[in-house]
Structure formats: structure tokens, C-alpha cells
Design a binder for this molecule. Sequence first.
Ligand code: UD1
Ligand code: M6R
Length: 353
Amino acid sequence: VGQTMRGRVVFEDDGKTVQRVFLGGMADYLSTIRRSRRIILCGCGTSYHSAIAVRQLMEELTELPVTLELASDVLDRQCPFFRDDSIIFISQSGETADTLRAMEYAKSKGALCIGIVNVVGSAISRATDCGIHINAGAEIGVASTKAYTCQITAMVLLALALSEDSRSRAARRLDIMRGVALLPDYMRRALALDGQMLELARTLVNENSLLLFGRGYNYATALEGALKVKEVALLHSEGILAGEMKHGPLALVDETLPLVVVATRDSSYVKQKSVIEQLRARDARLILIVGEDDDSLDRFADKNMIIKVPEIVDCLQPLVNIIPLQLLSYHLTVLRGHNVDQPRNLAKSVTVE
Ligand code: UD1
Ligand code: M6R
């Protein structure tokens, strides 16, 4: 994440306050994007989850409608794309066939195509009109981890650059830029949860299923945590928008099924508290992700089931919250005797449709 920001986040003399964001590859395109009818975020798997994580902020800062598309679905549906659309294609490898084909389709419709790509010189990096290399370094393991956090970082920077001239957003931008400067340190602090995640993995190693509930900025955290658990630990796992709980998933809840609820303090906090109360009323086995100085949820779960993370500005919190879940899936995989780097049946880049 530090490397994603390097050369792009300009600090004041104190080295701590962010003065501005400069994205060399985007400078000539920002005004076109600001004038577009809408922004569409498109990718597959983890890259799609990073789109979900930044959607709300992108909408808030650009004041444009921001929609999401799974790349394979773009082709299946022959999505209506137009000349005044700005479409952001997110891909670690830059070679994913579905994303590349969706991008070629968007180009044929005349849309502005922007890449958020890790691999310099990859097909998507070359074929897009402009973009940001996330500079995460080579990602070897099949499970996308550092690419996820760096994709979100790059798109947060893009949202900040797009809203540079907005007076009404100035205070909010300042808050986020303060958070951006703190981010690497906060993520390092979240990595220190490794020991607790190993212990937690030991208690979950023989489970058949794990559900994760998130909402708002952390809906993506629930989806991505679940994808990691199923992909490498080969354990069935589902990420669920907590607002949907009453519309079906609640039927699964009993005293045996482990449930993770993300409840860090943002505008969804009160609602997440009520979800926790409802789950607890059904004797659910709760694992909670909460702010490190938040004691108000301690009574809902055993001490070792409460994961306390450092809290940062709301839109950056998913970058911190995903780390314990990545560590949990790592330990679950090792304990269950599977290969962390090369999960069964999967390839690092999916170059077939
Ligand atoms: C660039 C250099 C970086 C150098 C910096 C100095 C490259 C790859 N990067 O980084 O080594 O330190 O200038 O100012 O030479 N692009 C796409 N699609 C994508 C990703 C990027 O078209 O998916 C384009 C960009 O619009 C840009 C070029 O590729 O024209 C390089 O992008 P990026 O590496 O993000 O630019 P800088 O951060 O300016
Ligand atoms: O290289 P890409 O980001 O385009 O890959 C997209 C997905 O195939 C990828 O994120 C996949 O879901 C990962 N293996 C998840 O860890």
C-alpha cells in the first residue's frame, strides 16, 4: 500500500499531512471522467470485491452514479455501455480473459476505458486508454491479497483526484487524506493480530461452514473474507449483506454455525449492533470484528472471539478489516493441510472465458 501511494501522494513538509494526490497516468483524463454520465467498475473475483469496497466513496466524492459489473456478466448480457461512460477495469494480472473481453466490448461502444492493474505491460494495461498501476509487486500466490488492498488504495486515490476541485467535499477529502497517510501503519497494526487468528483458526478447523456479515463499506470485507476462506481453506463460506439477513440467511442461524460480523464504527454501526443482538438472541456462535477501544460489544461473544482492529476513517476501514480475515484463512488452510499458494483447481490468472 505504501508503494501504491509512492510518488502519488504529495505530503506537506511535516511528512504526515497529505497536500494532494497526483496520478501521472490519469492527469489528462480526469476532466473527461468528471463529465461522464456514470462510472462503471468492472472485474472478477477479488478485483470485483475491491470495486464493491470503493463504490460508496466513489459515488460520494464524484457525485456521479457508480455501478458495478462482473466482467463475465457484461458479455453474457451485452450490457448497454455508451460513449459517455467511464469504465474502470480492475485486474491484478491484467490478463483475465473475461475482464479483457469486457474491456474490448466497452471500447467498441466508445466508452472511456481505465485500468487498475498490477502487471505493467499486461494486456489490460496496454489496451486501456489510461489507468493506474497499483505497484503491489509480483503476487505469486493464487489467492489475491496484497492486490486487493492496493486496488482499493489506488481507487481511493482516484476518487480523491476526481474530487480535487469540489469545495463541498473539501472537509471530507481532508479527513480521508489524513487517513491515507496513516494507512500503512494501521495495516501493520492489524497484522499483529496474527497470533489471535491462529488461535481462532484452531477453533474453526473442523467446521463445515462459515458465514460473514458486513454492510456499507464492509460488505466487501464479508465477501472477500468468505472468498479467501473458500478458495484456500476449502471451507464453505458466504459473505452476506447484513441488511439481507432477515430475508433468508437467518434461517441458518443456530448455536453451532460460526458467524463473523463486522461491526467497526461507521454509519452502519447501530444497525450492525442490532444484527448482533438478533443473532445472539438465537444463541449464535459469534465472532466480531470491532474497534480496538470499543468495549460495548464485549458481552456478545467470548473474549478470544472478538477481533479488535485499529479504527481509521470509515472508507479506509475495509483495508484494515480484511487483514485478520486474510490471516484467518491462511491459518485455516495450513491447519486443514491444504496448499496456501496453490489451491486445488485454480490458476493465478484465468485466461480462458
Ligand atoms: C510512471 C512510471 C513509473 C515512474 C513514474 C514517474 C510506468 C509503468 N510507470 O508512473 O515507473 O516512477 O511514472 O512519474 O512507466 N496505464 C494504462 N492502463 C492501466 C495502467 C496504466 O493505460 O491499466 C497507463 C497510464 O495512464 C500511464 C502509464 O500507463 O500513461 C503508466 O501508468 P502508471 O505506472 O500508473 O503511471 P505513473 O504513476 O505516472
Ligand atoms: O488477475 P485478476 O485480478 O483479473 O483476477 C481476477 C480473479 O480471477 C481473482 O481475483 C480470483 O478471484 C482470485 N484467485 C481470488 O483470490
